[in-house]
Ligand binder design. Structure first.
Ligand code: FES
Length: 179
């Protein structure tokens, strides 16, 4: 008599099948999450990146500004991000030295926002719009401005002087950040 020694395929019972199903489900979810992370980071980067970070802008190498004697005019290349919107501008700052420390002043007149040039002949800042004047360290001397020139935060990163560029409310006696 011939013996039929065929291997018999044992059907998976229900619990085994559902266990494999769960395992596969978990694995594909895991891979899905892994793939989604960079995409989500890309999509939400503009929201999570704070506007504060985008206010820091490079002035130049520390060596190029460290021996400043009179206010040194510098035009910045500022790119600010607000959500998905990026704006570019070229604000002007003055680098000064006070008590051996480098400082930065906004060149925006605190009266009504004209750009204030340094007048080396008079040794003071003189606003061309309404004649407001400020001393070499930005202190208000005369004319309609109600406060001194606004100082800006600075730091040194990788040998470069950085300025945190901000705009302040004009024509008020106190310094208030508006962007
Ligand atoms: S804007 Fe400078 S004095 Fe008025």
């Amino acid at each position: 008599m011939e013996s039929h020694d065929h291997e018999q395929l044992v059907p998976l019972d229900g619990s085994r099948r559902s266990f494999l199903g769960v395992l596969l489900g978990l694995a594909s979810t895991f891979v899905g999450v892994l793939l989604a992370i960079p995409v989500l980071r890309y999509i939400f980067y503009p929201v999570t990146a704070s506007a504060e970070d985008s206010n820091w802008v490079e002035v130049g190498s520390l060596a190029s500004v460290s021996d400043v004697q009179t206010p040194l005019r510098r035009t910045l290349d500022l790119k600010q991000r607000d959500g998905w919107l990026e704006t570019a501008s070229q604000p002007i700052v003055y680098i000064i030295k006070e008590g051996g420390q480098l400082k930065a002043l906004s060149a925006i007149c605190t009266h009504l926002g004209c750009t204030v040039p340094w007048d080396p002949g008079r040794n003071e800042f003189v606003c061309p719009c309404h004649g407001g004047t400020y001393s070499a360290d930005g202190t208000h001397i005369s004319g309609p401005p109600r406060r001194s020139l606004d100082s800006l935060e600075t730091k040194v990163t990788g040998g470069n002087l950085m300025v945190k560029y901000q705009y302040f409310r004009p024509d008020v006696p106190y310094k208030e950040v508006i962007s």
